[in-house]
Design a protein around this ligand. Sequence first.
Ligand code: GLN
Length: 275
Amino acid sequence: MNKIINSSLLAFKEKNIENPELDLRILLKHASYKNEEIILSNINIENININYFKKLLLRRLNNEPISKIINKKSFWKDEFFVNSDVLDPRPETELIIEESLNNINKFKKMNILDFGTGSGCLAISLAKEFPNSKITAIDISKKALNVAKKNIDKNFLNNQIKLEFSNLESITEKFDLIVSNPPYLSFNDYHELQLEVKNHEPKIALLGGKDGLAFYEALANKIEKIMLPNSFLILEIGHTQLDSVRLIFKKTNLILKKVTKDIQNIDRTLTFFKI
Ligand code: GLN
């Protein structure tokens, strides 16, 4: 095996990087002049921009996730541009799309709100799955909105998705479907995060106040004013939050229709219905 490959692998292993071979292949491909799949045991090192590769390697050794280094992350049916201004789309958040499709006809003409859109992954995936719907995607991070804009442009969805620098208070419209993966970590959860997340994903997208519940409280206070009759609210929650979030929404007239577990068997999304 080539010397650079060998020493890089060793460095990854010493740092306890979870998937050393896979990560190495991805970084080498990213630094390759040819953009071909890399076979570690049989690599033609002349095809690699070595200086660039070394920079990428150092970033990974500094616990930066692969997605942030190559600026790509897959979610639902697309690949999204990501950087340190947004949370990486996560597989458990795809449950929000699944639940929307389980409950609503694809061709329904809806007014949809994505509260805290981040990279825009939910808004964009919903726009494609519900082609007759209009979507308002809001965020309180201007930097995140720039990323969402990039992803919306890439997918030619400017006519279907309206991006707004806005918080919940300024929303006056009413919606048929509201989705959100709000920041929901408590101070304690936040401090215990793995370095990949803590040092390379935005705090503003993760921290939901001291107890992690601030955004659910805000939603519950406003929600009835912004939901149409026969509408849905589909929310992601943290792994210990089912009882607290259920309690917060008790004061609304929404009906909790379903709790969905993710593949790790964690209660992950709540589907509410407004009559
Ligand atoms: N699931 C994320 C994490 O554990 C948190 C996402 C969020 O706060 N919405 O890193």
